[in-house]
Design a protein around this ligand. Sequence first.
Ligand code: SAM
Length: 162
Amino acid sequence: MSRLDSFIRRLEAQRALINWAVTAFGENSGLALEVGLGNGRTYDHLREKLPGWRIVAFDRANNANPRSVPPPGDLILGEFADNLPAFARSHPGAAKLIHADAGLGDPEANARQVANLSNWLPPLAASGAIILSDQKLDHEALQPRVPPVEIPANRYFVYVRA
Ligand SMILES: C[S@@+](CC[C@H](N)C(=O)[O-])C[C@H]1O[C@@H](n2cnc3c(N)ncnc32)[C@H](O)[C@@H]1O
């Protein structure tokens, strides 16, 4: 598969799963986390689909499109290693939805990142929270779910926080 096809499939999976996840919440307010702001495309989609929610984004640097930069206080810049555990200490179990899109090109670095995220995300998530991830996570508190919408196999992963 070409990289273009792979990229398009990733974006389609992100959109399908975010669109599904936001319908899972009856509430019109809550906390969602965007782990890896990047260009801000998925942040922008979350923001559009979750009016009234606070959406906090994490990245080591702000490279987002100017139209997709979170408001002051909702963009936390720096390493996940510092900021995800710190946010979990200040907002334990507060997020109802977490979207993590932070895969790395280098397989070894990616494996370390995945292992770390597997440990950093559960303390951030409320019981019953939905976690969408571009990488397969592994933690006893993260219960895998078959993606409830049609996406390419192993392209995106869905978990519910126990
Ligand atoms: C694929 S991009 C996210 C794209 C985003 N979903 C979008 O729609 O534009 C991943 C982002 O994660 C950030 N990132 C990856 N590892 C990180 C780490 N350990 N600490 C902080 N940021 C990290 C990168 O800087 C990058 O901007």
